[in-house]
Write a protein of this length. Structure first.
Lengths: 213, 220, 411
């Protein structure tokens, strides 16, 4: 009969109305500033720079390669490369960003900077309360504000951070192994050269060994 | 009382003249609505409540709306570029004055004006209803029949239009329709008020725009 | 001395209004010179009406937001003041301090006049409603007609708002509003005509007086809603008044999702507030008329409850209807334009005309004398309106086959 559906619907909404008073479980909303829903692990909002260790200035993984700056669709990243170099996590000397700014008001949270970074240096944060009374300085975040520790990264994206760490550790191990192998090879070569030099057979040219490194 | 009459009369006249002479058609229609309201106020001032309210309900509530609708559906609301006053306006005014003089002369000389004014009646709505249902029942029924026929005719026109959709025919049909809009609603609305009253035996007038208009709206 | 008289008159007036006595203003008016009395009297009548309904408006906006929230399993506004009670104040302040924007290409005069032309008739409509036993602002012979006349003139205001904004959404909204209001005014008026026919009067006071009797030892009021034609008329009146006041599910003229806000698109600040207020005032007025016509006006539901002041009952019924409107808004989705007009012309109009016939039958069977006549009469009326309702409902909705919808362009 015509009108039956409306009656059913009104009974349903009445049930909601009464139920929302008697059963707080029904309320789907959260009283935001007081209560917050913990961020989901895959949540992402705004990038930050990861650093290892305790010192943000020294541990920064970023090497100022400027790939993210080039790839950023809305061009919200601004990087100035340093003049000098400092050792990275492997110990290899690398450049570091003298200036690294991201404009909050321009960033569109696309995560492309994260995808393209070969050094696992930039990651997405779950922090979303970015509003600021100062619309110039407050919205342009410099590298000191962007830098967050690897522990923080572990806290917000546990699985992903573990993968990244494993990968970095593997790379570091590989690099170390390679360095060790190099060193061994060098030592072997040196030993060989030494033995060769020790033999009565005259050495062709001792200088050829020395600069071989 | 005199002052109130003067204000209302001036308002009605000014808005009626504006309704004729403004360039923007929608402004004209709105001025016409003001003139209707002035007339209603005039009726109310004469203690004719029923007629005054019926005037507001039918003319402002329905006729003005339908005029506005007709304007919007037939052409754009752009003001006309040239002057709205015809070049031969002197002749027109002269003829109008002449006709007015003749009519005045005739009325003044007729026996109607010699009669003394009847005692001021105090018509209650109940009396009006009784009169309509007893003494004037035949005219009421005839008007009701006429307007029902008009409504049915309008519906039939609208149905035919839907069948023959497409091509040049459609365009001409639309144009023909536009004229119909302007002319038809006045009669229809007044009429259905009375026709409904006749059916119900009550005095409440209801206006009754033909469904064709709604279909037109849908088509847009 | 004069001041003493003034305060005596004032307190007497308040006391008399509170206790349902007639001639409440007489003592206060006697203080003033005779030439000033009509103006003072009008002010004394008008200002409480506007004050009370403005307060009711503020309360209703809060009630609506809270109620809709609960219907959707939310809390509703709860930030301003305890439980969000001060939310209407915050809304009002926001409206008043906002910039008043007039589009450059708008027709400035008409754009300015539209909210005024809308607000005046909606407030005028309160003039004829009887709020209590002796609380009628204007006891007019053609009161109901006056109500519908001023209600009809709001349509032009909405058209003015839509057209003068020079915005296609506004114009579309205005056209829809007019089509809808014209269509639903007919069932609205015809369903109230049945009451007028039975009561034999266009005066709200007279109509309420006819509903003032009690049957069955004072426990069944003689309200028109308790008759078959009255019930059908009341439901149709409510549906049509929902459409007249542009409320959901008939809010297509200001459909936010398709027309932004229809004729309200180009309005801001105080003018927008006026439109908003006029909408709610219209809802109150039409609910007040429904209370007057069908729910016995200010009469109590049971005879022994007549001790309670009459205006309490009037406003209780009014707020009950407003809550029903809010409930419907929280439940029913918006109609499409064609559904809306089809419903008006193919369903509401025939049924309301038929309801007139039922009312006439009811009127002429009043003389039945045989035992069980009352029940028989009731059943006859119920069958006369119920069977066509079911049949028409089947005919209109049954012809549609529900099939898989196919999309021509979207696949």
């Amino acid at each position: 009969m015509l009108g039956e559906g409306i009656i059913k619907g009104m009974v349903e909404t009445a049930r909601n109305f009464v139920g929302s008073y008697s059963d707080p479980e029904r309320l789907t909303t959260v009283e935001y500033p007081e209560d917050k829903i913990p961020a989901k692990e895959n949540a992402r909002n705004f990038p930050f720079l990861v650093y290892d260790g305790d010192d943000a200035a020294r541990g920064l993984r970023c090497v100022a390669c400027q790939i993210c700056e080039k790839e950023c669709p809305p061009k919200c990243i601004y990087i100035v490369k340093s003049k000098d170099k400092k050792p990275d996590y492997i110990g290899k000397p690398q450049f570091y960003p003298a200036v690294f700014d991201i404009d909050v008001s321009v960033c569109m949270s696309c995560q492309i900077c994260v995808e393209v970074c070969p050094f696992e240096a930039i990651k997405m944060d779950t922090e979303f309360e970015l509003s600021n009374p100062d619309r110039f300085g407050g919205l342009l975040q410099d590298k000191h504000r962007l830098a967050k520790s690897n522990e923080y990264y572990h806290k917000i994206h546990e699985t992903e951070a573990a993968e990244v760490d494993a990968r970095l550790a593997a790379e570091k191990a590989k690099a170390e192994a390679k360095a060790r192998a190099d060193a061994e090879a060098k030592a072997a070569a040196a030993a060989k050269a030494a033995t060769a030099a020790a033999t009565p057979k005259p050495a062709p040219n001792p200088t050829t060994v020395a600069p071989a490194k | 009382m005199q002052a109130a009459f003067a204000i209302i009369a001036a308002l009605t006249l000014v808005s009626a003249i504006a309704a004729m002479s403004l360039r923007n058609l929608v402004h004209c229609a709105l001025c016409l609505a003001v003139a209707f309201a002035g007339l209603a106020a005039m009726y109310l001032q004469l203690d004719a409540q029923f007629v005054g309210f019926a005037q507001v309900l039918v003319y402002i509530g329905a006729v003005a709306i339908l005029v506005v609708f007709a304007i919007l559906l037939t052409r754009s609301g752009q003001p006309v570029p040239h002057s709205v006053v015809s070049r031969s306006w002197i002749a027109g005014v002269a003829i109008a004055v002449l006709v007015f003089c003749v009519l005045t002369r005739v009325i003044l000389s007729s026996s109607v004006s010699q009669r003394s004014l009847p005692a001021k009646p105090s018509p209650t709505v109940r009396e009006i209803g009784n009169q309509l249902m007893t003494w004037y029942v035949l005219p009421l029924q005839v008007i009701g029949l006429l307007l029902t026929a008009a409504t049915i005719g309008a519906v039939i026109i609208a149905m035919n239009e839907r069948k023959s959709a497409g091509g040049d025919h459609r365009v001409t049909a639309d144009q023909g329709h536009g004229h119909g809009h302007l002319a038809a609603p006045t009669g229809l609305n007044e009429g259905n008020a009375t026709s409904i009253a006749s059916e119900t035996g009550s005095e409440s007038p209801a206006h009754y725009p033909q469904p064709e208009r709604e279909r037109e709206v849908l088509a847009k | 001395m004069i001041i003493g008289e003034f305060f005596r008159g004032l307190f007497l007036m308040i006391w008399r209004v509170a206790t349902d006595q007639p001639e409440a203003k007489a003592d206060l008016l006697a203080v003033f010179p005779p030439s000033a009395r009509p103006v003072i009297s009008a002010v004394l009548t008008v200002s409480p009406i506007i004050g009370i309904f403005a307060t009711l408006f503020a309360l209703t906006t809060l009630l609506e937001r809270k109620g809709l929230g609960r219907i959707q399993n939310r809390l509703g506004p709860n930030r301003v003041g305890p439980f969000g009670i001060l939310q209407p104040v915050a809304d009002g302040l926001k409206m008043l301090t906002k910039e008043d924007i007039i589009p450059r290409s708008a027709d400035a005069l008409v754009h300015f006049l539209a909210p005024v032309v809308l607000a005046v008739p909606t407030i005028l409509a309160f003039a004829v409603l009887p709020y209590g036993r002796n609380l009628v602002p204007v006891d007019m012979d053609a009161g109901i007609l006056f109500f519908f006349a001023v209600g009809a003139s709001t349509e032009l205001a909405i058209f003015m708002a839509g057209w003068s904004s020079r915005n296609k959404y506004s114009l579309l909204g205005a056209m829809r509003a007019i089509a809808q209001m014209i269509s639903y005014e007919i069932p609205l008026i015809i369903s109230s005509v049945s009451v007028i026919m039975i009561a034999g009067s266009l005066s709200p006071v007279e109509i309420i007086a006819q509903q003032g009797r009690y049957l069955a030892g004072g426990f069944v009021p003689h309200w028109f809603v308790l008759t078959p034609w009255g019930l059908a008329g009341f439901i149709m009146f409510l549906i049509a008044s929902l459409a007249e006041s542009n409320r959901s599910p008939f809010d297509i003229p200001e459909a936010e999702s398709e027309l932004i806000a229809g004729h309200l698109t180009e309005y801001s600040g105080f003018k927008y507030a006026l439109f908003f207020m006029a909408e709610y005032f219209g809802m109150f007025a039409v609910s007040g008329l429904a209370v007057t016509l069908f729910l016995g006006g200010w009469h109590a539901p049971f005879e022994f409850l007549e001790i309670v002041p009459s205006y309490v009952w009037f406003f209780a019924k009014l707020m009950g209807l407003v809550c029903l409107f809010i409930w419907v808004r929280g439940t029913v989705p918006r109609l499409r334009v064609d559904q809306l007009l089809n419903f008006a012309w193919k369903f509401m109009l025939p049924l309301s005309l038929l309801n007139l016939v039922v009312a006439a039958v009811w009127h002429f069977t009043a003389a039945w004398e045989f035992p069980g006549a009352g029940l028989g009469r009731w059943l006859l009326g119920a069958v006369m309106i119920g069977v066509p309702y079911v049949w028409l409902g089947r005919a209109l909705s049954g012809s549609k086959k529900i099939t898989q919808r196919t999309y021509r362009f979207a696949d």
